[in-house]
Design a protein around this ligand. Structure first.
Ligand code: ZN
Length: 380
């Protein structure tokens, strides 16, 4: 798999190189053509007689024909497309795994298109998103588009180290009077900016007004910020230089996007990115599995894989509950229920245990007895 991957990367590099040379050559031919046309135009403007103009145009026409510029541009295009099609063939050759590729997938095309469209808007590519929506015939609600646009205005301001639009957003959205860690981070970045650009007095005033409310929750960070006051002339060479790192701005942008998306009821990360990242993590195991299984078992039609692929903590989004009796995963219709003793079973299993409906039933794991009405539905 690794070798195939490197071979494919080499082929892709080759195509990229070809694209660069073809594009440079095409640009050169185009500018050559432009020069010829401009020169002819200048001559045409100077010439008075109709005959002369006719002759000049003929001259230009012949010149372009002898230079064969459009033909050469076409040749370069063909050369490039040829290398792209060779790349496709080479990828097919390197990643030969018939049983792996043959697996039937019941993808919901419309849902997939919606996820792709959503991705473009959330990544700040509204024009691309709009074109995609038109071509794929899907729609994204105007409200959501606007919210993503607003989010990106704030993000681009954060890229310029301007926290004010983000602070405004945070204040508008904050619940009751509770200030969030994001708000603290925004204020602390603004404090450092003011300290660098306008000096101690302005920064200290800013801290008094805006940072004091965080004394109970962020004292350690506030102490560090106050320490910076001692080095206000040269924080970059002080023990606090790490606070100026661009990494903090990056984290800030990321945190803002997460909070913003969660208020919109959107996933914190792009579902398309998460799905493709999870897929690329799972592919090596799947490919190995496909080879091991070989023709022994037709895994291409199995509903569930016989092996579990652990994608790590990053890809665990919520807890799941499997009933210890039925082994079924909890669902909306079959939620987990806690008995009086604290043991948890699925609702269906509890219903089965509660055969008589009136008499108390015994917990399968301990001697405790209870009625159905004593059990409570729980959610994680
Ligand atoms: Zn029990």
């Amino acid at each position: 798999m690794g070798d195939a991957l490197f071979a494919a990367i080499r082929d892709i590099d080759r195509v990229a190189k070809k694209q660069r040379t073809c594009s440079a050559k095409t640009a050169q031919y185009l500018s050559q053509m432009e020069d010829e046309i401009r020169a002819a135009k200048a001559k045409l403007e100077k010439s008075a007689s109709r005959e002369e103009k006719k002759r000049l145009l003929k001259e230009l026409h012949d010149k372009l024909l002898t230079l064969r510029l459009p033909g050469q541009i076409e040749d370069k295009q063909k050369e490039f497309y040829g290398s792209v099609s060779r790349l496709g063939k080479s990828v097919d050759k390197h990643f030969k795994s018939e049983s792996f590729g043959d697996r039937e997938t019941n993808l919901d095309d419309e849902l997939l298109d919606k996820v792709i469209a959503n991705h473009f808007f959330r990544e700040g590519e509204p024009q691309l998103g709009q074109t995609f929506c038109e071509e794929a015939n899907v729609s994204v609600s105007e409200d959501l588009k606007q919210s993503f646009l607003d989010m990106h205005v704030v993000v681009s301001e954060l890229k310029n180290h301007n926290v004010l639009p983000a602070l405004e957003w945070v204040k508008e959205k904050r619940e009751e009077e509770r200030a969030s860690p994001l708000e603290f981070k925004l204020h602390s970045m603004q404090f450092l900016r003011l300290l660098g650009s306008q000096g101690c007095k302005v920064a200290l005033n800013y801290a008094r007004t805006n940072l004091s409310q965080f004394a109970n929750t962020h004292m350690l960070e506030i102490r560090q910020l106050m320490g910076c006051l001692l080095y206000h002339n040269n924080i970059a060479r002080s023990p606090y230089k790490e606070l100026l790192s661009e990494m903090h701005w990056e984290t800030l942008r990321h945190t803002f996007v997460r909070e913003c998306c969660s208020t919109m009821g959107q996933a914190c990360e792009s579902p398309l990115l998460v799905a493709s990242a999870a897929g690329s993590l799972a592919i090596p195991t799947l490919a190995k599995f496909a080879t091991v299984m070989g023709k022994k078992q037709d895994w291409t039609t199995m509903e569930q894989l016989p092996v579990e692929i652990d994608l790590g903590h990053e890809f665990t989004f919520y807890s799941i509950f499997a009933c210890p009796i039925s082994r079924d995963q909890a669902s909306r219709d079959d939620p987990p229920m806690m008995l009086l003793c604290g043991h948890v079973l699925s609702k269906q299993s509890v219903t089965k245990l509660n055969k008589s409906n009136s008499k108390p039933f015994k917990c399968p794991y301990c001697p405790s007895e209870q009625k159905f009405s004593d059990c409570v539905e729980i959610s994680f």
